[in-house]
Design a protein around this ligand. Sequence first.
Ligand code: BGC
Ligand code: MN
Length: 396
Amino acid sequence: MTLFTKANGVRAMLCLVGMWVLFSAFLSYIDNKTATYSTFSRLSIRHVHRFAKTVNVSSDSYSNKSSKGNDILTSGNQAAQLFDVGAQIVGSSLSQQNNISKKYNQSKNGIIRTIKNQYSVSLKYGCKEPQYDENEGPISPNTTLESLDIVEAELAPLLKPGGSFQPHDCIPKDHVAIVVPFRDRYAHLAVFLRNIHPFLMKQHIAYRIFLIEQTNGRAFNRAALMNIGFLEALKIYPWDCFIFHDVDLLPLDNRNLYTCPRQPRHMSVSIDTLNFKLPYRSIFGGVSAMTREHFQLVNGFSNSYFGWGGEDDDMSNRLKHANLFISRYPVNIARYMMLKHPKEKANPKRYENLVNGISKIEMDGINSIKYNIYSIQEFSTFTWYLAELKIVDQTS
Ligand code: BGC
Ligand code: MN
């Protein structure tokens, strides 16, 4: 009996193929265990490996700004540059935009009026705050679940890469970085982007959405992610206003302007899940707006709050310590809807942190944060950062 029969050859081949399949499965398992993946991979958008090369993010060149971030008058050259931006968009994708506009018109988002406004005026004046009378204020967000890919495709023609926007018919006065701390809430993200862009595009501001995602492995640190968003956003453009925004909150009124007034502004005053009532006076969570100067003055947020709660109260204490006041729109304007999610487990150390907070302002904040950025990517509707925190958690 010989070993080298045809049947044995086939068996040996099958055996080798089987071993190869098992070995690849094993490698992929190890890879999954050790790699820092973008959680977006679950949405099959992108798959990002640990130590992925960072890409260059295009810097925003809003031509009416001096390098210090002060508004300056538009010279002929700058006006021409601005006109170029508008012309490019009109030339390349106006028909696409019309289709999109129709869709939005059907969904009563009022964006068609914005688009018309954008192209009906060719002279560039300083933007004026949009005016709405009482019945034009309230809006109902579209909360139907949609894949991020579809939302991106719908909005892409209206935006510049990275989820940035600037009005085309006037010179924006406000340059606003919208910083969104993020982990795990994919469905919320799509709903958020779908609603926030049309809402912001009507406000005559220049803005960009920065999504800061924390890598897996440690408790969520909302405040540290917002500090990272602040620092990273300033590498792109000297924004004068920062709006820190939970991904699950949707504004319900057009009169709620995303700008930074003279004092820090708490935006999410009345939330549906809290019966449209302010829970307590010093609250600064949910959505809040601060100028770059004020944020720097208080050294940003504390990095010490891992897990849910307290980090916004700590900021509130920092503001008070710096003799700043929390300003607010009235409850009928600063209204929000919160998307549903299970209640987070509160961090039991938050009160202890709060007590020690004031004495740590100078050494705990944007001047002390340590982090790695594994990946930066410009999606059509947001600029995404995958950040690993390197903060030593002394309290939990
Ligand atoms: C927490 C805050 C939170 C607020 C409202 C407080 O107890 O410390 O972080 O924003 O409750 O939910
Ligand atoms: Mn929430």
